[in-house]
Design a protein around this ligand. Structure first.
Ligand code: CP
Ligand code: NVA
Length: 306
């Protein structure tokens, strides 16, 4: 059960394919209430960016496990006044049992993990969003008998979600195609990591052609065209990204039983149309709910809940 006892989750690449499968299985058991786990531990949330789903789902997950949560808003701690990460980390480890961090630089997260002896979880950085992809894979697994061998196509910006999707699909034995405008491809180092995991057994395709990428896809996925921290670029990006919108026309090229995912928050009329996000193939609300179940499984596994 406690396969990840005491471990950090900074990247999906921190998991083996077996650990991923076990985590998804545990999430399924917790979701169905076939299994109930308890731990009397304290989670700190240190979020330097806005969040609805991640903040609330982590909080509720911890409450349901019988633990407690402290919201360490950077604006009301010394973090926003420049206290070094190394110092904050060595203090927080003395109060907390686990720390979930949402920030900009992956390096800042890595420094927290290096200096805090407690487990540190990536709750989103500019590079990765691993907890989101756990929920995405659980959703796909619920919708199809088996996800191994299926194709997930991501259309849009080669951002944190795209990076983690490549790793998650490779670990889950899924083919992954990332269709972005030229110059907006995913991080090359993460591409190399995903290729190493896939080891030639599954496809990892990067393309600038959204239609080519969508043909044959069982999961069609998108995210915002300008992520948090990139708001100033939004107006320049929109014309470039317009051909990458998930519309009914693009969705018609996917498998007839394809599902549509979006990590949310969504911008209707930009990366996805109103018809598609509210349409019969959308599974975005199930996907959002699954954040709670996978993060409860993650916390339970890391903290050794019984
Ligand atoms: N998908 C996601 O992480 O949502 P929040 O930014 O609301 O946490
Ligand atoms: N790529 C988005 C995801 C939000 C959940 C961002 O980083 O803002």
């Amino acid at each position: 059960m406690a396969a990840l006892l005491g471990r950090d989750l900074l990247s999906l690449a921190d998991l083996t394919p077996t650990e991923l499968q076990e985590l998804l299985q545990l999430a399924t058991q917790l979701k169905s209430q076939q299994l109930k786990l308890r731990c009397n531990k304290v989670l700190g949330l240190l979020f330097s960016k806005a969040s609805t789903r991640t903040r609330v789902s982590f909080t509720v997950a911890m409450y349901q496990l019988g633990g407690q949560v402290i919201d360490l808003n950077p604006n009301v701690t010394q973090v926003s006044r420049g206290e070094p990460v190394q110092d904050t980390a060595r203090v927080l480890e003395r109060y907390l049992d686990v720390l979930a961090i949402r920030t900009f630089e992956q390096q800042e997260l890595a420094t927290f993990a290096e200096y805090a002896k407690i487990p540190v979880i990536n709750a989103l950085t500019d590079l990765e969003h691993p907890c989101q992809i756990l929920a995405d894979l659980l959703t796909a697994q619920e919708c199809f008998d088996s996800i191994s061998g299926l194709t997930l196509t991501y259309v849009g910006d080669g951002n944190n979600v795209a990076n983690s999707l490549m790793l998650g699909c490779a670990l889950a034995g899924m083919n992954v195609r990332i269709a972005t405008p030229s110059g907006y491809e995913p991080n090359p180092q993460v591409v190399a990591q995903a290729q190493a995991i896939a080891d030639g057994k599954t496809e990892i395709l990067l393309t600038n052609d959204p239609e080519l990428a969508t043909k044959g896809a069982s999961v069609l996925y998108t995210d915002v065209w300008a992520s948090m921290g990139q708001e100033a670029e939004a107006d320049d990006r929109f014309p470039i990204f317009q051909p990458y919108q998930i519309s009914e026309q693009l969705l018609s090229l996917a498998e007839p039983n394809a599902i549509v995912l979006h990590c949310l928050p969504a911008h209707r009329g930009e990366e996805i149309t109103e018809e598609v996000i509210e349409g019969s193939q959308s599974r975005v609300w199930q996907q959002a709910e699954n954040r709670l179940h996978v993060q409860k499984a993650l916390l339970a596994s890391i903290l050794g809940a019984e």
